[in-house]
Design a protein around this ligand. Structure first.
Ligand SMILES: *[C@@H]1O[C@H](CO)[C@@H](O)[C@H](O)[C@H]1NC(C)=O
Ligand SMILES: *[C@@H]1O[C@H](CO)[C@@H](O)[C@H](O)[C@H]1NC(C)=O
Ligand SMILES: *[C@@H]1O[C@H](CO)[C@@H](O)[C@H](O)[C@H]1NC(C)=O
Ligand SMILES: *[C@@H]1O[C@H](CO)[C@@H](O)[C@H](O)[C@H]1NC(C)=O
Ligand SMILES: *[C@@H]1O[C@H](CO)[C@@H](O)[C@H](O)[C@H]1NC(C)=O
Ligand SMILES: *[C@@H]1O[C@H](CO)[C@@H](O)[C@H](O)[C@H]1NC(C)=O
Ligand SMILES: *[C@@H]1O[C@H](CO)[C@@H](O)[C@H](O)[C@H]1NC(C)=O
Ligand SMILES: *[C@@H]1O[C@H](CO)[C@@H](O)[C@H](O)[C@H]1NC(C)=O
Length: 370
C-alpha cells in the first residue's frame, strides 16, 4: 500500500527521507534511550558565544541585569553594582574558525566583567539571566574560563527562589598552581533557615578539580531530575545531591562579582578582569503550556527513534577542541520548533528556514498517514 502510494507520488520519498533523517521531534536525551538510565527533554536553548556578535545580548535570550546592593546588604566591605555594559559579546574575528583572535581582544566569547576601580565603595560586576523562566528539570552546560585574578566569584546557576536554587560557584582565591575548586550548592529550606548559608547543609560540597579553571575553557554541567542533581566537569562526574531537590520552573543565571568578603569572594581585584563564556547549552522540560502543546503536536506518539542523544563533552572545549556540537547548527534540521539564534558563522539562521520546511511536511504527513 505504502509502496504503491510512493510510486504514484515520487516526491513523497524525498519528504519521507528528510523526516527519517530525524529532526529530534520527540526531544533530546541524556544517554541513549536504550541505556539503563536516560532522561528525555523537550526543549533546548543553545548559545554559541564564539560566533555571537552585536551589542544586544537579549537578542540571544539573555538579559544583563542592572542593580545595586549596599555593602551592608552585600555583607562585605564593599557594595556591589551590576551594569548592563559589563556583559559584552566578543566573537571570533574569523566567523568560520573555532579559535583565534577575537574582535575586542582577549578570549573570544561572552565576557562578564568585574571592574578594578572600587574607590567609591562599590565593586562593579556583571550578571545576566535567561529571558525564559520555564526550565523544569534538564541538563545545563556551560563552556567557560574563569578569571585569573584573585578576588572574584564567578557562577553558573539555576534559580527559582531562595530555597530552590542550583549553583556552581568558582572563587578565584581557591585556584592554586595546579588545581581549582568548584563550590556546588543547593539553596534549600535548610540554608534559608541558616541565614542563606548552605555551608552546613547537605546541599554544599567543595569539589576539587584536576585543572585550573582560569587556564582553559572547560565544560561545567549539572543534570537535574526530580530525584537528584548531578554535577560534572568536562563530562566527569563530580558529585550528586538528593535532598530538597528543586521542583519549580525557573531560569538560568550567570554572574561575576566581588564584595571583598575575605570568607567568600575575597578581593576586590585591582584591575578589570573577565570571566568568558564560549557556550551555553541547556536541554530541559518546560512549565509553559504552549511549549508542551508544541511538543505533543510534533511528537504525538513517543518514538525513541525521534529522540536525539545529546553528545557528551569529555575534554576541555579549548583550542583545537573548541568546536563543540550544536543541534541548532546541524544541517539535518535538529531543532524543530525550538528558538535558535543568529550566529556569525551562519549555521543557525540557515537552518531556521529549513526547519519551517520540515514542519510543513510533517503536518502534511500526519494528515495523510494518521
Ligand atoms: C547516564 O548514564 C550514566 C552512566 O551510566 C549515569 O551515571 C547517569 O545517571 C545517566 N544519566 C541519566 C540522566 O540517566
Ligand atoms: C520531560 O518531558 C518528557 C516528554 O514529555 C517526559 O517523557 C519526561 O518524563 C519529562 N521528564 C521529567 C523529569 O519530568
Ligand atoms: C534587544 O533585543 C531585544 C530582543 O530582540 C529587543 O526586545 C530589544 O528592544 C533590543 N534592545 C535594544 C536596545 O535594541
Ligand atoms: C548604582 O549606583 C551607581 C553609582 O555608583 C549609579 O550610577 C547607578 O544609577 C545605580 N544604579 C541603580 C540601579 O540604582
Ligand atoms: C520557594 O518556593 C516554594 C514553592 O513554591 C515555597 O514552598 C518556598 O517557601 C519558597 N521559598 C522561599 C524562600 O520563598
Ligand atoms: C588570594 O588572596 C587571599 C587574601 O585576600 C589569600 O588568602 C589567597 O591565598 C589568595 N589566593 C591565591 C590563589 O593567590
Ligand atoms: C591545591 O588545591 C587543592 C584543592 O584545594 C589541594 O588539594 C592541593 O593540595 C593544593 N596544592 C597546592 C600546591 O597548594
Ligand atoms: C557549621 O557547623 C560547625 C560544627 O557544628 C560549626 O562550628 C560552624 O560554626 C557551623 N557553620 C555555620 C556557617 O553555621
Amino acid at each position: 500500500m505504502l509502496r504503491d502510494a510512493m510510486g504514484a507520488m515520487p516526491w513523497l520519498i524525498l519528504a519521507m527521507s528528510r523526516l527519517t533523517n530525524a529532526a529530534c521531534e520527540c526531544g533530546y536525551s541524556v544517554n541513549k534511550t536504550t541505556d539503563a538510565t536516560f532522561a528525555v527533554y523537550t526543549d533546548l536553548m543553545e548559545n554559541d558565544f564564539l560566533h555571537s556578535a552585536g551589542d544586544n545580548v537579549t537578542e540571544f535570550g539573555w538579559r544583563p541585569q542592572e542593580y545595586n546592593v549596599s555593602a551592608e546588604d552585600a555583607r562585605g566591605p564593599y557594595g556591589k553594582e551590576f551594569f548592563v555594559s559589563n556583559v559584552e559579546l566578543n566573537p571570533l574575528k574569523d566567523a568560520q574558525a573555532w579559535s583565534g583572535d577575537s574582535e575586542k581582544g582577549g578570549d573570544a566569547g561572552l565576557q562578564l566583567w568585574v571592574r578594578g576601580d572600587h574607590s567609591h565603595g562599590y565593586v562593579s560586576g556583571a550578571e545576566m539571566t535567561t529571558v525564559r523562566d520555564d526550565a523544569l528539570y534538564g541538563s545545563f552546560r556551560v563552556g567557560m574560563k574563569l578569571s585569573a585574578q584573585n578576588g572574584t566569584c564567578g557562577a553558573f546557576f539555576w534559580y527559582y527562589n531562595n530555597s530552590q536554587e542550583i549553583d556552581m560557584e568558582f572563587l578565584s582565591k581557591q585556584f592554586n598552581e595546579s588545581q581549582g575548586v568548584v563550590n556546588l550548592v543547593l539553596q534549600t529550606p535548610d540554608s534559608v533557615r541558616a541565614g542563606y548559608d548552605a555551608a552546613n547543609t547537605s546541599g554544599y560540597r567543595v569539589e576539587s578539580l584536576p585543572f585550573r579553571p582560569d587556564e582553559q575553557f572547560h565544560e561545567y554541567r549539572f543534570d537535574w531530575s526530580p530525584e537528584s542533581v548531578k554535577f560534572y566537569a568536562d563530562g566527569q562526574f563530580l558529585w550528586e545531591m538528593t535532598e530538597d531537590i528543586p521542583s519549580e520552573g525557573g531560569r538560568m543565571f550567570m554572574n561575576h562579582w566581588s564584595n571583598g568578603d575575605p570568607l567568600w569572594s575575597a578581593g576586590p581585584p585591582g584591575a578589570d578582569t573577565a570571566m568568558t563564556v564560549s557556550y551555553v547549552k541547556a536541554y530541559f522540560n518546560s512549565t509553559d503550556n504552549s511549549r508542551n502543546d508544541d511538543y505533543t503536536k510534533r511528537c504525538s506518539t513517543f518514538d525513541a527513534s525521534k529522540v536525539c542523544q545529546i553528545p557528551d563533552v569529555t575534554q576541555a572545549p579549548d583550542g583545537a577542541k573548541a568546536q563543540t556540537y550544536f543541534f541548532s547548527q546541524d544541517g539535518g534540521d535538529k531543532a524543530p520548533d525550538q528558538t535558535t539564534y543568529h550566529t556569525t558563522n551562519g549555521a543557525a539562521s540557515l537552518f531556521a528556514s529549513s526547519s519551517i520546511y520540515i514542519s510543513v511536511f510533517a503536518m502534511f504527513f500526519s494528515c495523510v498517514f494518521l
